[in-house]
Design a protein around this ligand. Structure first.
Ligand SMILES: NC(=O)c1ccc[n+]([C@@H]2O[C@H](COP(=O)([O-])OP(=O)(O)OC[C@H]3O[C@@H](n4cnc5c(N)ncnc54)[C@H](O)[C@@H]3O)[C@@H](O)[C@H]2O)c1
Length: 278
């Protein structure tokens, strides 16, 4: 899909990859861009830098009513939504010890919000036989994010849902891409590093951190080819192939990394026992 003249909604548009997508879509000639974010003020500020075609709005993507209202209002104002970018995401860091509220938040933002968006936009897209869903997942959704179990689990689910949508609706005109970058220099990575999250440290140490603008350029190139899997870090394709061909060998390599991290003092906290049943 070519972005010229398109109306696009971008969740998580207040910064990082979402803001870069907005800048890039504008440069490609998009007609209107709606940046939706929990932080509506920051989304408006980004929109102001993108230009008069962009607007910012406060939306919590984990609230289905708010997602429905965002879609309905955009369709009312601009006639249709050509592209919906389900890009908002969260990373908690940690493993099984992350409390249920943390797991639930990851599930709500990284997975269920994509379901709410698809439910809201599909009727009009399928009725006209065209529409594009760009789901920002992660390389963690095709590999494993060492040090971040909720992120790995929910991003795998996000890739699975995107693939299901693509398999089910492509013949009816829907296009779906799963954008799966590895490290990207955004507030999410900076916050993870500041909090001492192991996953963020591994990513930063890998030396493979792209700028949000590079990721947005890869997204637009992948969308132009209507490719399902968009991998801004090309090496991820090779990792995924090696993982598929030899899962045990692949895990053995990752375990070496985990052993090195443990030797350097990064021991994951022991899991706490489950609460007693009532
Ligand atoms: N930074 C990385 O290294 C990296 C790598 C792979 C994938 N990703 C994914 O890219 C996407 C964008 O992340 P980013 O790196 O730009 O981080 P970011 O923290 O800069 O952006 C995430 C945005 O999502 C918004 N958000 C969070 N919860 C929300 C909610 N409930 N409703 C609405 N908005 C909400 C935040 O306010 C924030 O503006 C995420 O899905 C993330 O998982 C990031």
């Amino acid at each position: 899909m070519n972005l010229t003249g398109r109306v696009a909604v971008i969740t998580g548009g207040a910064g990082g990859i979402g803001a870069a997508l907005a800048r890039r879509f504008a440069a490609e000639g998009a007609a209107a861009l709606i940046l939706a974010d929990l932080d509506g003020g920051a989304a408006e500020a980004v929109a102001a830098t993108v230009g008069p075609l962009a607007s910012g709005v406060a939306v919590d993507v984990t609230d289905e009513e708010q997602v429905r209202a965002l879609v309905a209002e955009t369709e009312r104002r601009y006639g249709q939504i050509d592209v919906f970018c389900a890009n908002a995401g969260v990373s908690t860091g940690g493993g099984v010890e992350v409390d249920n509220a943390g797991w639930d938040r990851a599930w709500q933002v990284n997975v269920l919000s994509h379901v709410y968006a698809a439910r809201a936009v599909l009727p009009a897209m399928l009725a006209r036989g065209s529409g594009y869903l760009l789901h920002t997942c992660s390389a963690a959704g095709v590999l494993t994010a060492v040090g971040d179990a909720p992120y790995t689990t929910t991003k795998h689910a996000a890739v699975g849902f995107a693939e299901w949508l693509s398999v089910t609706y492509r013949d009816q005109g829907l296009r779906v891409s799963a954008l799966c970058p590895q490290g990207v220099d955004t507030p999410m990575l900076a916050t993870g590093l500041a909090a001492g999250h192991l996953g963020a440290q591994v990513i930063a140490a890998s030396g493979a951190v792209l700028s949000p603008d590079e990721v947005a350029a890869a997204a637009v190139a992948g969308m132009a080819e209507e490719r399902f899997l968009i991998l801004p870090h090309p090496e991820v394709a090779d990792y995924a192939r090696r993982r598929a061909e030899d899962p045990d060998g692949w895990q053995s390599g990752l375990r070496k990394l985990v052993r090195r991290l443990r030797a350097a003092g990064h021991e994951p906290p022991p899991p706490s026992p489950p609460p007693p049943s009532p």
